[in-house]
Design a protein around this ligand. Structure first.
Ligand SMILES: Nc1ncnc2c1ncn2[C@@H]1O[C@H](COP(=O)(O)OP(=O)(O)OP(=O)(O)O)[C@@H](O)[C@H]1O
Length: 636
């Protein structure tokens, strides 16, 4: 049974019914949707990875170093306590002097309070700057993601990007706040502590130093294995995030097809994998911890025995042995914590690697603004270019950057002229490349060869923001954002007046907006899912036309509308299309009727251009498409 009580396509014992679809729950479990950093993790230097954070750390370095200084001071104060104990045992206690014992006790208490106070100051010094640093890293990552091309987002799983912007950045902030400082503090404490031990009783001090060499060797062995496991775990978190995100966004499909069990199973498998990696990390950490605590404890036992022998033969005072052992015990935590701090540093180095993998992805070059302003001379607004040339495709070839090697170009030589003020319909079989062709106009993808010109200006030489202020697009999939209707529509023309907004809503037949609880201020919810498909499509259309763009690209803009609304939208759209140059992807004769001429896309080329009537008369493929054919093989 499904959770809503009906029999579903996932059977009772949770086995997949076969369906043959994505048993991995929609996430490519092989990790092909993100660069595999596992190999590099073994080779890279953790220190070098972490040093790359310096530009972000520099502005808060004074506070960071200050907090480390305060923590070193606090830690050194704790090392004074054994010296007070030595004085207490050899002096007031030996002399049976109660006033001296009270004084010694008071001193120890004072040192303890000072130490706690200094650690409080350390935290105060770093808390705020580190939160700012994390925000800075996150802002830069977000800006980079916005600037990277669509092809980059095609390659990367959204969960991978999400986990880098959340989990990894948290790890980095925590590392800079705590482990980094305590690596410095504890190392300093260990050095100072050993100096005190050696001056107190050098023979016993040397016994404690014996495990240092095996510890260093074991730590470096551990470091390389742990970094591999860490990288794997952080990548698995990214995959898991992708799966959760897809499940939430696709919840309607999952429920409608009763796929919740297989989805839950995919989630369980992936979280099981992550659990395995975390257990592997814990086992490695456990081994290291056993060595890091065991070897010094054996050395401490040996020093204790040797110390007792020295006290019994009178070569060392009881107070010196007490002070020596207290100092050695004070050093226990700094030594033991090293394993844990090293593991956190390793996780931070991996997080830094993952962060910079995105930040290092080169942005496509953009044309210098001043050249473009001079060169293109294109009017921004509709109806503004009297002698303009419209849109031209000259010998345009295109293949997706992530297309498998050896596949043929999708577009193999497009020559098409959409005259200024003209509306051209683009017709072709499913998968023939219509949407791909339209994305080349606002340069969501770059042409592989040839060029696209807008009123004679090469689109490739225009800065993207200028180009995109000239070209407005309504996509086949009308994406809306978690914002008000007004904000969603005005994305197409920030700063447009209320009049313009209402005009665009009227053209797109968005009268329903006025019946929403807060009118144009109504929040449309995540992805606009609170609206119907047709309503979303109309809002996307309003967004495209609100800025009266010079060039308009509409990808099957009326597909989700009922015939009556379609007729109303068409009538209003005609007014807009009359004042702009437009390319409209069309699947139905009713949409084709909006256009002055029609271009037929077939086998990567424009096979025919003419009026609807001319193509009906002259092209068998066009006739077949307009009669409702959808099979791409037959069309090709
Ligand atoms: N991001 C991408 N990476 C690689 N290949 C892609 C990508 N997007 C689309 N394709 C492929 O390009 C081909 C053309 O897709 P496109 O969406 O342009 O066709 P279309 O003519 O608009 O189809 P439809 O009429 O169904 O909307 C398809 O084979 C598709 O699999």
């Amino acid at each position: 049974m499904t959770e809503d009580g009906r029999g579903g396509r996932d059977d009772e014992d949770g086995r997949d019914d076969g369906g043959g679809e994505r048993a991995d729950g929609g996430c490519r479990a092989d990790g092909s949707h993100r660069p595999d950093g596992g190999e590099q993790a073994g080779k890279r230097s953790a220190v070098r990875s972490l040093l790359r954070l310096w530009p972000y750390v520099r502005p808060v370095a004074a506070r960071l170093f200050g907090s480390a200084g305060v923590a070193v001071l606090a830690s050194c104060l704790s090392l004074l306590i054994p010296l007070v104990l030595k004085w207490l045992v050899d002096g007031p206690v030996a002399r049976h002097d109660p006033a001296g014992v009270w004084l010694g006790g008071g001193l120890v208490l004072l040192l303890g309070v000072l130490e706690a106070g200094l650690f409080g100051v350390r935290r105060w010094l770093v808390a705020r700057p580190m939160a700012g640093l994390e925000a800075h890293l996150r802002r830069d990552l977000y800006q980079r993601l916005q600037r990277l091309p669509v092809a980059f987002h095609d390659r990367w799983g959204s969960g991978q990007l999400l986990s880098r912007g959340t989990n990894d950045l948290q790890i980095l902030r925590m590392f800079l706040t705590f482990p980094l400082v305590f690596l410095v503090v504890n190392s300093t404490t260990i050095v100072v502590g050993f100096a005190i031990l050696l001056t107190q009783q050098w023979t016993l001090g040397l016994i404690l130093l014996v495990p240092v060499v095996p510890l260093v060797v074991l730590c470096s062995y551990f470091e390389s294995r742990y970094s591999l496991a860490t990288r794997r775990a952080q990548d698995q978190i990214g995959d898991l995030t992708t799966l959760v995100e897809e499940s939430v966004l696709g919840i309607r499909v999952i429920k409608a097809f009763g796929r919740h069990r297989s989805q839950a199973r995919a989630f369980r498998d992936q979280s099981h994998g992550l659990r395995g990696t975390e257990l592997r990390k814990a086992a490695l950490l456990g081994d290291l911890w056993a060595v890091i605590t065991g070897l010094p404890d054996v050395a401490l036992g040996a020093a204790l025995v040797a110390g007792c022998v020295q006290v019994s033969d009178g070569s060392v005072s009881a107070g010196t042995l007490v002070a020596f052992l207290s100092t050695a015990l004070t050093l226990r935590w700094p030594v033991e914590s090293l394993g844990w701090l090293l593991s956190l540093s390793n996780e931070a180095a991996t997080a830094a690697d993952r962060y910079f993998e995105v930040m290092d992805t080169p942005e496509p070059p953009d044309a210098p603004r001043q050249d473009a302003e001079r060169a293109d001379g294109v009017e921004r607004r509709a109806g503004g270019a009297g002698t303009a040339d419209g849109i031209r495709f000259d010998g345009v070839r295109f293949r997706y950057p992530d297309a498998p090697a050896g596949t043929l170009d999708l577009l193999t030589g497009i020559d098409l002229h959409i005259r200024s003020g003209e509306t051209m319909a683009l017709v072709g079989a499913t998968g023939s490349g219509k949407t791909s062709l339209t994305t080349l106009i606002p340069r969501l993808y770059e042409v592989s060869a040839g060029r696209v010109t807008l009123d004679g200006a090469d689109a490739a030489l225009m800065p993207r923001d200028r180009l995109r202020s000239l070209v407005a697009t309504a996509f086949e999939d009308p994406t809306l954002f978690s914002a008000s209707v007004r904000e969603n529509v005005l994305m197409g023309a920030p700063g447009a007046s209320d009049e313009e907004l209402l005009r665009a809503l009227a053209i797109a037949q968005c009268g329903f907006v006025h019946d929403l609880p807060d009118g144009v201020e109504t929040q449309v919810g995540e992805q606009g899912l609170s609206l119907s498909g047709g309503q979303r499509q109309r809002l996307a259309l309003a967004r495209a036309v609100v800025g009266r763009p010079r060039f308009l690209v509409l990808d099957d803009p009326l597909s989700a509308l009922d015939v009556h609304t379609e007729a109303l939208v068409e009538a209003a759209l005609r007014q807009v299309l009359a004042t702009t140059t437009a390319l409209v992807v069309a699947h139905r004769p009713s949409t084709v009727q909006l256009a002055d001429r029609v271009a037929l896309l077939s086998r990567g080329r424009i096979a025919a251009v003419g009026t609807h009537r001319e193509l009906l008369a002259g092209s068998a493929e066009y006739r077949w498409l307009m009669s409702g054919g959808t099979d791409e093989r037959s069309a090709a």
